[in-house]
Design a protein around this ligand. Structure first.
Ligand code: SF4
Ligand code: SF4
Length: 425
């Protein structure tokens, strides 16, 4: 029987009524959308367990870490250098930002016409629903988009917040700014954790996080086989869990999935029959528990085989150079790594199209769904370039703008089914 964590949640100051409602909604949804998928890899059991204990055991681990003097650092974006947090014996956790449940709570303070990811995380804090948020000693924000950077001002009044300034351009001046921001971030994290960054602890942290990126990449690249040995939903789930699980344990478990997938590929086994239409998704990140597009696709006769998004390729595309010797060289390697993320917050961001082309071709996808969260100006505007790219390369594409509600599922399904039909004919 599962442990009762009510006392821990009370001590964290959670609003138990809201929290219970969230958990009561998520449990059945997860069972219906994930556990019932046919022919799942056995190694997914670990990830089912992680979800079943998402607000229990993992939170207990974080609190035990704090009890021993460690720090917990909440994040929302790939730009926060987790290697630094890990090196300083902190735990970086990607905070929940993908649930519709907390959106109306945020709308009491924030405009309705704001990206749901922002409203979701702010609602989690306002409603005191998320034990990760309440465990975080500090939340690290970034100036990647106007909505987020303004909401961090509100958030800073009710939770400790540290904001990193991400440059708008990738030229020498932008790189210099990011180098300074990295130094400032290191100083702030040293103060919060009480530890000093050294060559040894940073080298070990870079290796640890690189191993995590490599393990996820293995899983994701094995999906490029036909039949796909794992569903897009499960691959997305692994990606989402990577943002808050213990780094070394996660890496081991993701590698176990990859080992099993290799055997499946060798045996020609898949979760869908060979020849199932294959789609790639590109656009804004899908923060946990946002599984909507993947579920729509995989209940419409197709498989998602790649994600050009932060909950996908953008996270594991590159690893940080492990050959750097001095602390200074290691910092430069970190700057290089983060400045190579092709996020729509940059102008221009042409290299994102190269990523899309690479991933489309490598994954054997037959069509692209460009999925943007509502009111996300950077990605909505870039949608035009992606559509142009698709037209020029004869790639079937549908562009959708969606939020976390269930209201548009029927409409999404109709559009996805039309794409599936197009790529099947
Ligand atoms: S899309 Fe850009 S702003 Fe959003 S998480 Fe990714 S890197 Fe950060
Ligand atoms: S999805 Fe777009 S609007 Fe929302 S937080 Fe990310 S960059 Fe900002």
């Amino acid at each position: 029987m599962a442990e009762d964590w009510t006392q821990m949640w009370k001590e964290l100051g959670l609003e138990l009524g809201n929290h219970d409602k969230l958990m009561a909604a998520l449990g059945p949804l997860y069972l219906e959308w994930f556990a019932d998928q046919p022919n799942r890899p056995e190694a997914m059991r670990y990830f089912d367990f992680v979800i079943s204990e998402v607000h229990g055991l993992r939170i207990k681990e974080l609190l035990d870490h704090k009890e021993k003097g460690g720090a917990v650092v909440g994040t929302f974006c790939l730009f926060v250098p987790e290697e630094v947090v890990v090196a300083l014996d902190g735990v970086a956790v990607g905070l929940c930002a993908g649930a519709d449940f907390s959106v109306p709570i945020a709308e009491a303070e924030l405009p309705r016409n704001l990206c749901p990811l922002i409203k979701s995380f702010y609602g989690f804090k306002l409603g005191k629903i998320c034990p990760y948020f309440e465990s975080a000693d500090v939340v690290v924000g970034e100036t990647t988009c106007d909505g987020k950077k303004k909401v961090y001002e509100h958030l800073g009044k009710i939770h400790p917040v540290y904001v990193m300034e991400v440059p708008n351009k990738k030229g020498p001046a932008g790189r210099e700014l990011w180098r300074t921001e990295l130094e400032n971030f290191i100083a702030a994290m040293e103060e919060i954790t009480g530890n000093r960054l050294t060559e040894d602890n940073l080298r070990a942290a870079v290796k640890k996080v690189n191993d995590k990126r490599r393990a996820i990449r293995r899983v994701h690249e094995l999906r490029w086989n036909d039949p796909a040995p794992i569903s897009g939903k499960d691959a997305l789930l692994i990606m989402q869990i990577s943002f808050y699980d213990d780094v070394e344990r996660f890496t081991r478990k993701a590698d176990e999935v990859a080992d099993e997938l290799e055997k499946r590929v060798a045996a020609g086994e898949g979760v869908f029959p060979a020849g199932t239409p294959r789609l790639m998704v590109s656009g804004t990140p899908m923060a946990i528990p946002n599984w909507k597009i993947h579920h729509v696709v995989e209940t419409s006769g197709a498989a998602v085989v790649a994600e050009e998004m932060c909950t996908g390729f953008r996270y594991f595309k590159n690893t940080v150079n492990e050959d750097a010797k001095t602390l200074d060289e290691m910092k430069e390697a970190l700057v290089d790594h983060y400045m190579d993320i092709n996020c729509a917050c940059f102008t221009p961001n042409e290299a994102r199209l190269d990523d899309i082309e690479y991933l489309y071709k490598s994954s054997g996808a037959q069509g692209i769904i460009h999925a943007t969260l509502s009111f996300c100006t950077p990605y909505l505007v870039e949608q035009g370039s992606v559509k142009k790219f698709a037209a020029e390369h004869d790639v079937p594409l549908v562009a959708v703008e969606t939020d976390y509600s269930e209201g548009d599922v029927g409409q999404l399904k109709t559009r996805v089914e039309a794409l599936v039909e197009q790529v099947s004919s």
